[in-house]
Ligand binder design. Structure first.
Ligand code: OAD
Length: 270
């Protein structure tokens, strides 16, 4: 069995050989930026299981009563705002060495895209250009009908509230909700299609910091593994380990990914 250092070398060699490498990421890649994950020892759901149960109810509330959802969402003391507050001060968070390493691999032409479950925008802040936000993004909004995205500046929610014009509507007539995907909510069609296309197309999938238990995201490695090398970098084994992934580099993404980038550079120099 190869040790951690040897596996880092193996991952670097595999990346250099790959013609269409992609990365999949989860909350684990952002813990070193001070954002808690969900199911790790200090995870949001680990510590507050009741918050996970409440999170399951939000999408139903939105569907049943979009106006009520938005009124609750814009009330700082309301239950929906409290759910959003579990994300803490995400906006102030900065990328860590793991995010920067993935951005560098993209710049080098090795990594073609990052498909992330994270809503924190840290891959983009680190310089990654081709990022698919599988579960949407924070502080963005989306029409549930045509999937058009809206920035905070495009929707003056406080004004709409004052004028009694909630919920916000898109020009197409669809209701607008937060872009973040809730439990029970379908993944937006455009995101689903792009992610599946890349999962089928890739010949290497680098999976970083996800417990890989939430579907349909966790189905992406299952689509890829027969024709691609699937590598995991994670603090602990996951349901993919030894079944779907060829090897797991157990450790922190913020430490392991920069080491891989260094090895890649050495290989390329010859
Ligand atoms: P999880 O919290 O389920 O998994 C994070 C994984 O990363 C765990 O296995 C941790 O052990 C590991 N980890 C933590 N810090 C790490 C580090 N520095 N380096 C390497 N590994 C580390 O988070 P996700 O898999 O992203 O969905 O969760 C998936 C979805 O569940 C989220 O997108 C969210 C949540 O409910 C929605 O909100 C729809």
């Amino acid at each position: 069995m190869l040790n951690g250092e040897e596996l880092v070398g193996r991952a670097a060699r595999d990346l250099v050989k790959a013609s269409y490498a992609i990365a999949l990421t989860g909350a684990g890649i952002s813990t070193e930026s001070g954002i808690p994950d969900f199911r790790g020892p200090n995870g949001i759901w680990t510590k507050k299981p009741e918050a996970e149960i409440r999170a399951y109810e939000v999408y139903e509330q939105f569907r049943a009563n979009p106006k009520g959802y938005w009124e609750g969402r814009l009330d700082p003391e309301g239950p929906i705002s409290r759910i959003f507050s579990i994300f803490g001060e995400i906006e102030k968070a900065q990328p860590n060495a793991g995010h920067y390493a993935l951005a560098e691999l993209e710049k080098m032409g090795i990594l073609k895209c990052v498909i992330t479950q994270n809503v924190d925008g840290l891959h983009q802040k680190a310089g990654s250009k081709n990022v698919i936000e599988y579960h949407g993004g924070l502080n963005k909004f989306r029409c549930v009908n045509c999937n058009r995205r809206f920035s905070k500046d495009e929707l003056n929610l406080e004004k709409l509230k004052k004028e009694g014009r909630l919920p916000p509507y898109c020009q197409c007539g669809g209701v607008i909700k937060d872009d973040g995907v809730f439990f029970g909510e379908p993944i937006p069609g455009d995101v689903l299609q792009r992610s599946q296309r890349d999962a089928w197309k890739c010949d290497l999938m680098l999976i970083c910091g996800t417990s890989a238990v939430v579907y349909p995201f966790a189905a992406l490695p299952e689509m890829a593994y027969k024709s691609a090398i699937v590598i995991e970098i994670n603090a602990q084994p996951t349901p993919l380990t030894g079944r779907i992934s060829e090897y797991l580099i157990q450790g922190k993404t913020g430490e392991t990914l920069p080491k891989i980038v260094e090895k890649v550079k050495k290989i390329q120099k010859g």
